[in-house]
Design a protein around this ligand. Structure first.
Ligand code: ADP
Ligand code: GN1
Ligand code: MG
Length: 390
């Protein structure tokens, strides 16, 4: 998909100035009023390219005409069963970050999201159908990328996510709700895949035999990090758990990493998984849903840039065992993501947003292509980690 266009340009779907035909926007309109924008709001457009929530850009009148001022989101309640818990995490973490950023001499209004409460003082709004909405300030002069456009961006991304891990190093993890239980438990993801395969609700298993084989052949790999965590060889930290490139905003002027967004899955987790999920998405030469697999490769140079940025920030806080686990994080987050796409394909596309019937299968294929190339380059991936630990 032309993700960039989708992020930046959308049709106006709500306006206080004119009626938009053919769309039922009652809940959106209620949310606009609940957050106190009411008639002051100029118009609203769909925004962003996430797979889970519905995101909208809210425009308000400014000095030079209408300005993108707020981001409004309807949280996917099929994915997040406890929206109150999600929002408590987000308010807690962003407040904590604001303080950290202040102490670093940074600008808390740009370097973390500022969530807005509803007029009645709640941290989210529940619409007439019980769906949760939340809202934060749009950060001006920021850019969000769907693919690495300049290699430097990926170095910046590593540096930002590394810094984020450090900033939350002393956050009281016991205060966090587990917003999606076993989110990155790759063993459980494998089991869920087996159940979906057995049920084969949509009779799709015949259409993806090689992909099914690919997963079944890697059952043993799924336990590598889970076991180490259970044995106490890898510690739990406060992690983001969804560290893809489009969950970070860059400063439009300086090109530096600016602000980590999409905080729904902040939970105790493994550093290797945050590292790995970034690599999965960003050290790839094509989009996650590229149909032409000849275009999809694991890019070792981009991997190295991320490692450099990430370890510059974290090598003094991570244990030796954690540093050693990073390449496994890349392999397993990519495998796990492919397993999740394939599972969703088998169960009829109930989790990720899809645009056509094989969309999840196409996504699974790109992930397995990357896993295959990571396996072939695993020694090199480990050497690169060594190089930046010295
Ligand atoms: P999802 O869970 O659906 O991924 P996100 O919070 O990541 O929800 O938002 C979806 C997308 O919206 C992001 O990936 C990004 O493309 C875009 N987006 C959200 N907030 C901003 C922002 N302040 N500036 C630019 N893009 C944004
Ligand atoms: C989803 O929400 P978004 O689009 O940033 C998913 C991630 C997957 C990713 C794959 C809550 O991320 O776990 O890795 O899609 N988020 C959730 O692109 O399941
Ligand atoms: Mg996102």
């Amino acid at each position: 998909i032309g993700s960039r266009e989708k992020v930046e340009a959308g049709e106006v779907i709500f306006s206080t100035r004119r009626k938009i035909d053919g769309v039922d926007n009652r809940n959106l309109e209620d949310a606009i009023y609940a957050f106190g924008f009411g008639n002051r709001c100029s118009y609203v457009k769909p925004f962003g390219a996430g797979h889970i929530n519905e995101t909208y850009a809210v425009y308000m009148p400014g000095e030079d005409g209408d300005e993108l001022s707020y981001v409004l989101q309807r949280v996917n309640s099929n994915v997040f069963k406890d929206p109150a818990g999600v929002m408590e995490n987000i308010f807690g973490v962003t407040e904590y970050l604001r303080n950290e950023i202040r102490q670093e001499g940074g600008n808390p209004d740009r370097e973390t999201l500022s969530y807005i409460k509803t007029k009645s003082g709640c941290n989210y709004f529940e619409d007439g159908e019980g769906e949760p909405w939340r809202c934060y300030n749009f950060i001006p002069d920021s850019v969000c990328y769907q693919l690495v456009e300049e290699p430097e961006q990926f170095y910046q991304s590593g540096s930002s996510f590394g810094h984020f891990l450090k900033q939350l190093g002393n956050y009281p993890a016991s205060r966090l709700h587990e917003t999606i239980p076993d989110f990155h438990n790759t063993v459980k993801r494998f089991e869920a895949f087996q159940v979906a395969l057995k049920r084969d609700l949509k009779n799709r298993a015949v259409t993806c035999k090689p992909e099914i084989r690919f997963v079944l052949d890697r059952e043993a790999d799924c336990g590598v990090l889970v076991t180490k965590q259970e044995d106490g060889r890898l510690p739990l930290r406060v992690t983001h758990n969804d560290t893809k490139l489009n969950n970070i905003l860059f400063d439009a002027k300086t090109g530096k990493g600016l602000c980590i967004i999409d905080l729904d899955t902040i939970m105790p987790g493994l550093a290797a998984n945050d590292f790995g999920d970034s690599i999965r998405f960003g050290a790839a030469t094509a989009a996650e849903d590229e149909r032409n697999l000849d275009l999809m490769h694991f890019d070792l140079n981009l991997y190295e840039l991320y490692v450099k940025g990430y370890l510059e920030e974290t090598k003094d806080v991570l244990t030796e065992e954690e540093i050693k686990s990073l390449p496994w994080g890349a392999r397993l987050m990519t495998l796990e993501c492919g397993i999740r796409f394939l599972t969703d394909y088998l169960q009829g596309d109930t989790y990720f947003k899809t645009e056509y019937p094989e969309h999840n299968l196409v996504r699974a294929r790109t992930q397995f292509r990357l896993v295959d190339e990571m396996e072939q380059n695993f020694d090199k991936m480990q050497e690169i980690i060594q190089k930046y630990t010295k």
